[in-house]
Each structure stands twice: as structure tokens, then as C-alpha cells.
Design a protein around this ligand. Structure first.
Ligand code: FAD
Length: 553
């Protein structure tokens, strides 16, 4: 029976980065992946559309990874294995139904000028917002990079209290809770500024009218100016293979086709996992599961392994909206109507503006296909020209406003939804609606398309068991399931009620994205200096024992 210090369940970015970091710290590590490919949501394919075209089937953009502490610690090892990040000064723009557009670049001055073009007050408003954000960036980014349910989280709160005072802290927290709509309305005058920034809220799993969506939009807006839109040259597969190589070079194992069906618990502690074929892999120090709470508490653990309150809360864990991907190989560059700059942007949002995003989110949440979805039109070739033959182009299209479960109807009353399941007909009919709209902005879209491949929420869910219902963010990011409350208010953070069992992945804090945040936080916790760790864990163990006793009583 193989024995390791740490066994990871799943081989997404959080596991691979966490396992690479632990390997470098001298731990023996095993990563077990149920599918035939490593990487989870990082899935690079060269045979999706046409020969010579390399597509990111799912996740594409790596600003969260290049800005992460995991990357900072692994950079020299990744460089040595050939990971090269390419970037752009033109991360994003929005184009509106009348063909007008607004842009965000990596230059503060260019952004001031661009927003002033739309409303004289908006350029200075951008500068003031950016400066105010940067003055407290350690706290704002700190919320996303700290284990909130821990002494470190408490420390962050104390730091904020010292800086702002009690009332100031209350005002800061109020700002964090603001919706995107309210924040945009309070900050910028022009519809163009609103339409430039509002679609970004979708990339945080929220809608523009939800609590905290203003804070998240602000974080992304500033991060775009600071970090651009990097991608690994040649595709995410290069990063995945390099992380796996770091683990293997240190003597660890990385296995595909290895579905974990059980985390084995005895006396309140885990020491092993069992694969579906019956094989057992032992862990001396930690089992780290990158799965949803639904799978962890409903399938991998047995009845009675955790308090009933936790298992109940996991049963009620909610998933967010579904998502569709459309990949298009083009034989020539897209010829965008309107502003020439659109062709150079990494991500263009085709949107009616703030109200359009709000309407499409609301329609999706009511189970409808939106009449006028936000089209997230990614152009990887604007950053990495190695992805397709010279002169040709790739579009990576995301539609993040689709129902979480069965489709109940079509807001435009045009598409026959059948029984509401994602059949091939329904998927292609909706993709037709989207490409027809995109064709009103890209004049050569139809003529230059070599092949289009669409993936429905059901197709996406079938690729990765963590993407329940095609929710690409591993669970709703509404406030009651985010930050301190992720994954569950009954089981916050990454330590679980079972000794030596840790929960990571998009369903846990700091949530979805390629930042490897949860893998990094658990690595830090596991490699903390021994003495304080023993003291802390004995306090926590006592807390957990108390929690179990209270739950049983
Ligand atoms: C279509 C799409 C586009 C996205 N675009 C971006 C983007 O451009 N930039 C960005 O930052 N983020 C993006 N995201 C979000 C981001 O990719 C994810 O939040 C992140 O990759 C999740 O990583 P993870 O570590 O939680 O694991 P995942 O990537 O979800 O991988 C988990 C792995 O665990 C495996 N697994 C699960 N259960 C078991 C088991 N019992 N036994 C063994 N293996 C198991 C799964 O098969 C899977 O391979 C996108 C996501 C999707 C789906």
C-alpha cells in the first residue's frame, strides 16, 4: 500500500500548485485525478476545431495566477521548465449596440483620458478611485489572500481597525458590501464607464445587483490596470505539465484515471483514501480534497464522520448560474465595426451596458435563456500569436448568464426549449443567437469562420464533476456562501471537522479562479513552524471536540 505525507484528491490548479509547493518543502506527495487529464478547468486542446488551432477549452486567462503568492514561490521552477507568460497592455473593452466602445488599458493616464472622453468627470473619478483603492490594497487583496476563519483573519480585522478606527471600519465594510450598480452609479457618470466595468462582475460569479459585487468589480478593475491579461505561451497545458513535473522531480506521484471514492476516517482522523477500484493510498499527514462540499460530505465521507449540522449544511450548498463556451477558428483576423482598438483587446464584452447585464442575469436566474446576453469575447491571439496559424484567429466566447438547472423558457420567445434539458439542438440554437449578434459587431465573422464548437452547461458539467450544472465557479458566490462563509458557515476555511482532512478548490475561500489561493493557504498552514502549530492545533482540536459534543447533545 503506497504511503505519502499528503494525498491530494483532484488535479486542478489548487491541488497542483499546493502539491508542488509541499514537494518543494520536502513532503512526499501524491495527486489523484479521476479523469484522464491533469489540470481540471485548465484544458488545452489542439484538436477542437481545426489543425493548427490551440484552444483553451475552459479557463484561459491567468492574471490571478501571475498575481498570486503561489506563482511568486514557484516562478523560478516554472521558468526552468519553460513556462513563459505573455501579456498585453490592452486587457479589455466593451462594445455597445450602436458600435461605440470603451476601453481599459494598463496605463493609468490612458484610462483617465479614455474615461474623460465619455464624461469629463469620469477620468478624474477613475484616478481618485484607483488611488483610494491602492491606499488600502493590502486589506482588499488581503481579504482574498488570508485564511479568514483563523488568527490571521482576526489579525487582518485588527489591522483594519487600527487604520480606520471603529466608524471608519464600519464604513469600509459597508463599501465592501455595496452592489456593482450602486458603486458604479456613485462613482462614474457615463453609461460607457458603467458598461465597461459591469460585465466584469460576471467573472466573479455575481450579478451587478448583488451584495459585494461593487467591491469585486473594483478589485478586478484595479487588477486589470495593474496586471493586464497574461496567458502562458502555448496554453495552460504548459503550466499544468510543469507543476506536475515539479512534483514528480521531487519524488511525488501524479496519477490520472484515479477516482477517489472514499476518504477513510477512523477515530475522527483520516489516514487514507480509497480509489473506486478498491486500491488504498495512505497519507501520514494530510488528505487535501479539491471537490465540492456536496461530494466531500455527501459521498467521500461516511455518515457520522462529521457533525450532522455540517452534513446538513453541505446538502443545502447552492450552485450558481450555468455557462456556455463557444470556440471559433477563423481564417482571418476579425474585422470589428467601430473602434479599431477592439481587434487588439484580450477580452471584449459585447453588451447593452449595466442594465443589459442586470437583465440577462435576472432572466438566467429565473430559468430563462437571456434575450440579449453579455457576450464575453476573448481573443487569445491578441496576447499569444502561437495559438493559430499566421493570419488566422481564435475566438474564446463565454456566456455566463444561463440557468443553473433546467431551462424553463426563452426570454426572447424564439427558441423551442423542448423539455428544458441541454440537447444538441438547444445548444446550437442558442449558439446561433449569440453568433448572429456577434456578427453585427464583427463584419467578417460568418465568412471567416472555419469551425464553431459550442459547449453547453451540461457538456461542461460532464467534463469536470466540480462544475455542477455547468456552474464554472464551484458554487454560488452570493455573500452567504463567500468570504468567511465559504464553503459553509458550519465549516468555514479549509480545515475540516476530520483531523488531517483539508478542503480546497473553487468551492472554498478565496473561491474560483486560477489564483491557486486555497491550495496555497493550506500549504502555508501545513508548513507553519512546528511549535506554534502544535499549540494552535491543540486549541483547534479542543474547539472541534467541543463542536462535536455540542452537535451530539
Ligand atoms: C469554462 C471556464 C472558464 C474559466 N475561465 C477562467 C479564466 O479565464 N481565468 C480564471 O482565473 N478562472 C477561470 N475559470 C475558473 C477557474 O478555472 C476555476 O475556478 C479553477 O480552475 C478551479 O480550480 P480547482 O483547483 O478548484 O479545481 P478544478 O479545476 O475544478 O479541478 C478539480 C479536479 O478534481 C477532479 N476530481 C473531483 N473529484 C475527484 C475525485 N473524487 N477523485 C479524483 N479526482 C477528482 C476533477 O476531475 C478535476 O479535474 C474558468 C472556469 C471554467 C469552467
Amino acid at each position: 500500500m503506497a504511503t505519502f505525507d499528503a494525498v491530494f484528491v483532484g488535479a486542478g490548479i489548487n491541488s497542483l500548485a499546493g502539491a508542488a509547493l509541499l514537494s518543494k518543502a520536502g513532503w512526499s506527495v501524491c495527486v489523484l485525478e479521476r479523469t484522464d487529464e491533469l489540470g481540471g478547468c485548465i484544458k488545452t486542446s489542439s484538436d477542437l476545431t481545426a489543425p493548427g488551432f490551440t484552444h483553451e477549452v475552459l479557463a484561459s486567462w491567468h492574471p490571478l495566477f501571475t498575481g498570486s503568492p503561489a506563482y511568486a514561490e514557484l516562478k523560478s521552477d516554472l521558468d526552468a521548465r519553460g513556462v513563459e507568460y505573455l501579456n498585453t497592455e490592452l486587457p479589455t473593452g466593451s462594445t455597445f449596440p450602436d458600435g461605440s466602445a470603451a476601453f481599459l488599458t494598463t496605463s493609468l493616464n490612458a484610462n483617465i483620458a479614455e474615461l474623460t472622453r465619455h464624461a469629463p468627470a469620469d477620468g478624474p473619478a477613475w484616478e481618485a478611485m484607483f488611488n483610494a483603492f491602492m491606499a488600502n490594497a493590502d486589506l482588499s487583496f488581503g481579504v482574498l489572500g488570508t485564511e479568514l476563519w483563523s488568527p490571521a483573519g482576526l489579525g487582518l480585522g485588527r489591522q483594519a481597525l487600527r487604520r480606520f478606527g471603529r466608524r471608519g471600519l464600519l464604513a469600509y465594510v459597508g463599501g465592501v458590501l455595496t452592489s456593482c450598480r450602486d458603486w458604479l452609479g456613485d462613482t462614474f457618470e457615463s453609461d460607457a464607464a458603467h458598461g465597461l466595468l459591469a460585465p466584469w462582475v460576471l467573472h466573479t460569479g455575481l450579478g451587478p445587483d448583488q451584495a459585494t459585487s461593487g467591491f469585486m468589480t473594483q478589485v478586478i478593475a484595479c487588477a486589470l490596470q495593474l496586471g493586464g491579461m497574461p496567458v502562458p505561451k502555448g496554453g495552460g497545458i504548459v503550466l499544468v505539465e510543469s507543476l506536475a513535473a515539479i512534483i514528480r522531480d521531487a519524488g511525488g506521484e501524479v496519477r490520472t484515471g484515479a477516482p477517489v471514492e472514499r476518504v477513510l476516517v477512523s477515530g475522527g482522523k483520516t489516514t487514507a483514501v480509497r480509489l473506486s477500484g478498491g486500491e488504498t493510498v495512505r497519507s501520514e499527514r494530510a488528505v487535501i480534497a479539491s471537490v465540492t462540499p456536496t461530494q466531500l460530505y455527501g459521498e467521500l465521507l461516511g455518515h457520522g464522520d462529521v457533525p450532522a449540522t455540517v452534513a446538513d449544511a453541505a446538502r443545502r450548498y447552492r450552485y450558481g448560474r450555468g455557462e456556455m463556451q463557444i470556440h471559433i477558428a477563423m481564417r482571418e483576423r476579425p474585422d470589428w465595426y467601430g473602434d479599431d482598438r477592439l481587434g487588439g483587446m484580450a477580452i471584449v464584452h459585447v453588451t447593452p451596458g449595466l442594465d443589459g447585464v442586470s437583465r440577462a442575469v435576472n432572466e438566467a436566474e429565473r430559468g430563462l435563456l437571456p434575450a440579449e446576453a453579455t457576450i464575453v469575447c476573448g481573443q487569445p491571439m491578441a496576447v499569444d500569436a502561437s495559438r493559430a496559424p499566421d493570419g488566422s484567429w481564435i475566438l474564446w466566447i463565454q456566456l455566463q448568464e444561463l440557468p443553473a438547472a433546467a431551462v424553463k423558457g426563452d426570454a426572447a420567445d424564439e427558441i423551442d426549449i423542448g423539455d428544458g434539458t441541454w440537447t444538441e439542438e438547444l445548444r446550437e440554437a442558442y449558439a446561433d443567437r449569440i453568433t448572429a449578434r456577434l456578427g453585427r459587431h464583427i463584419q467578417n465573422l460568418e465568412r471567416a469562420t472555419i469551425r464553431r464548437v459550442a459547449l453547453s452547461p451540461a457538456d461542461i458539467a460532464a467534463m469536470n464533476v466540480n462544475l455542477v450544472g455547468g456552474d464554472i465557479y464551484g458554487g454560488s458566490c452570493a455573500l452567504d456562501q463567500n468570504f468567511l462563509f465559504r464553503p459553509l458557515a458550519r465549516a468555514p476555511g479549509h480545515r475540516t471537522a476530520v483531523d488531517n482532512l483539508w478542503h480546497i478548490g473553487a468551492s472554498t475561500h478565496p473561491g474560483p479562479g486560477l489564483g491557486a489561493g486555497s491550495g496555497y493557504l493550506v500549504y502555508k498552514e501545513l508548513t507553519k513552524p512546528a511549535a506554534p502549530r502544535r499549540l494552535l492545533s491543540s486549541v483547534r482540536d479542543a474547539g472541534q471536540r467541543l463542536q462535536r459534543t455540542v452537535a451530539k447533545a
